[in-house]
Design a protein around this ligand. Structure first.
Ligand code: NAD
Length: 368
């Protein structure tokens, strides 16, 4: 039995990780620490909220004394760190919050972990700090460049990826300098349930359902590697179980797609869903184009993001050979499950798209 502290557990990946963990290890205690920013949503944790071995704590990772108290009070062995400002576009218009949470916040957690686990000796032998990071720290690839391996030099291009790169270095330094038991995973783009609708896949799904334009940056040929979120949770689990201390592991889907092709695929699947299930037209009366089989007509090209990375791709050799990691969800079934989840959960996505979100998104795609 283990006691976990999960930071950012009310966000997209954090919440999916909590569900995965509590299903897989029902005897473990899971404590979530989350500041409930615009991206955090307590209802993402509703399925586990009433379990005796689950605790939600509303608070900020920058509050070091609070983190120390949680580590002690719940006798935490394992800290899994998801909390972050995570949206590249927001980091371009407002980088300060990214520096605060992603760098200072990560350092706050490391200081608290060092104090409680190493200086005070609680769980000194079996503690673990797992840091969740991104493939964006490696920068951008040309069409024929080899995929990112763990030896690819860091070259972050956005304030978001630069702040994540800084946090990765701090985590590494706390291992080498103080002997903190750390591991880091650098993952590609995730998709799945509870994904905040400012990100590409949920944005496209929810915009089709509202008959709104589907904004595509530049020529839409930016390539990303996509991984179903539960496969990310499995990957983190394996890194924590089998990964070597102080090491980083890349986790990816071996699944590269150009943005425009993903958007066209979602349009096709949505047209199909409306054709097969007439009740959808009643549930989503606004979705006129999808009802007529023409969701793709909503595609609208907009000015490219400043400094937009062209291609990300993950070389999975290390996580495959050392951990035996392979993603299990095919893109075909993962994207269908995701679409179905949004079709079934319109109350969730309507609620998270409040006034401030609407204001932000319309300023973002003014030319859509
Ligand atoms: P998200 O934006 O959906 O969720 C972030 C969560 O962190 C929210 O619940 C938010 O309330 C919380 N949070 C933010 N600042 C906080 C603070 N100061 N204190 C406490 N909680 C705070 O993000 P996500 O997409 O779930 O990403 C989770 C992690 O995974 C991030 O570290 C991100 O860099 C990394 N990652 C994401 C992806 C992806 O595709 N989304 C890919 C690779 C890595």
């Amino acid at each position: 039995m283990s006691n976990l502290l999960v930071t950012g557990g009310a966000g997209f990946i954090g919440a999916n990780f909590v569900h995965y963990w509590m299903k897989t290890y029902p005897q473990d205690k899971v404590v979530v620490l989350d500041a409930l920013t615009y991206a955090g949503n307590k209802s993402n944790l509703d399925p586990v909220a009433n379990k005796q071995n689950f605790v939600f704590h509303h608070g900020n990772i920058c509050d070091t004394p609070l983190v120390e108290t949680l580590l002690k009070e719940h006798r935490i062995h394992t800290l899994v760190h998801f909390a972050a400002e995570s949206h590249v576009d927001r980091s371009i218009t407002g980088p300060d919050a990214f520096i605060e949470t992603n760098i200072i916040g990560t350092h706050s957690l490391l200081k608290a972990a060092k104090k409680i686990w190493l200086d005070e000796g609680l769980n000194r032998e079996n503690h673990r700090f797992h840091h969740v990071s991104t493939d964006e720290v490696y920068g951008t690839l040309g069409p024929n460049d080899p995929a990112f391996s763990e030896r690819t030099p860091y070259a972050p291009n956005s304030p978001y990826s630069a702040s994540k790169a800084a946090s990765d270095h701090l985590v590494r330094a706390y291992h080498h300098t103080y002997g903190l038991n750390v591991t880091t995973s650098n993952c590609s783009n995730n998709y799945g349930p509870y994904h905040f609708p400012e990100k590409l896949i949920p944005l496209v799904i929810t915009n089709i359902l509202q008959d709104k334009p589907l904004p595509i940056y530049g020529d839409g040929q930016q390539i990303r590697d996509w991984l179903y979120v539960e496969d990310h949770a499995r990957g983190i689990d394996l890194v924590m179980k089998k990964g070597r201390l102080g090491e980083c592991y890349n986790i990816g889907g071996i699944n590269e797609w150009a943005n425009i092709d993903i958007v066209k695929l979602i349009c096709e699947l949505m047209n199909q869903a409306f054709a097969e299930d007439p009740s959808l037209a009643e549930k989503y009366p606004q979705a006129k184009k999808a009802k007529q089989g023409g969701a793709q007509e909503l595609i609208t090209f907009v000015t490219d993001r400043a400094g937009h990375d062209r291609r990300y791709a993950i070389d999975p050799t290390k996580s495959n050979q050392e951990l035996g990691y392979i993603p299990v969800e095919s893109f075909e079934s993962g994207i269908r499950k995701t679409l179905q989840w949004y079709l079934n959960n319109n109350s969730w996505w309507s609620a998270v798209m409040d006034g401030s979100y609407q204001q932000w998104i319309s300023s973002q795609y003014a030319d859509a």
